[in-house]
Design a protein around this ligand. Sequence first.
Ligand code: 5GP
Length: 182
Amino acid sequence: MSGLTVISGPTAVGKGTVVRYLLEHFDDIHLSVSATTRDPRPGEIDGVDYFFLNREEFELLIETGQMLEYATVHGINFYGTPRQPVETAIAAGKHVILEIDIQGARQVKASRPETKTIFIAPPTWDDLVARLKGRGTESEAEQATRLATARVELEAQKEFDFVVINDEVARCAHEVLELMKA
Ligand code: 5GP
């Protein structure tokens, strides 16, 4: 089942939980570890959750062609996918998942049209707002920024190959897996 799948969706939709479910339940799936210039949150580990870089380090990777895609997310920080680990995992017969924003999804689809792009959507807008407030990891100002981004992202779902509603994690993950295998 080698190949490349991009998973995107608005903040707090539960993309991370769905991806973790896939990694725990199915073999031969490799999750790309992104690089970012944002600060680590409590408990996040460098090289596991992200490669935490400063702006100079990140820009060097862009300039030397080592980013498969990158974007400025929420107007503040750089996020990007290091190219080499993705190539290596695909060559080893793995199915690689990129959990990235819609700007990155567009770039990957443009450079590798065979990529499957899947948008994870919330059951309703109110549900998304409740999940973001409920997890309580962002300040009120940051929540407002993320919800503004989420509105724009929900508009972009029609650009994706598939839209999957995250009404229940296991069900959503199985639907994503079927799409990856198809
Ligand atoms: P967070 O700061 O909550 O970890 O992530 C914020 C946003 O950055 C999420 O929407 C996530 O999908 C996006 N993101 C994470 N890694 C990448 C990446 O490598 N490339 C792009 N384009 N977006 C990313």
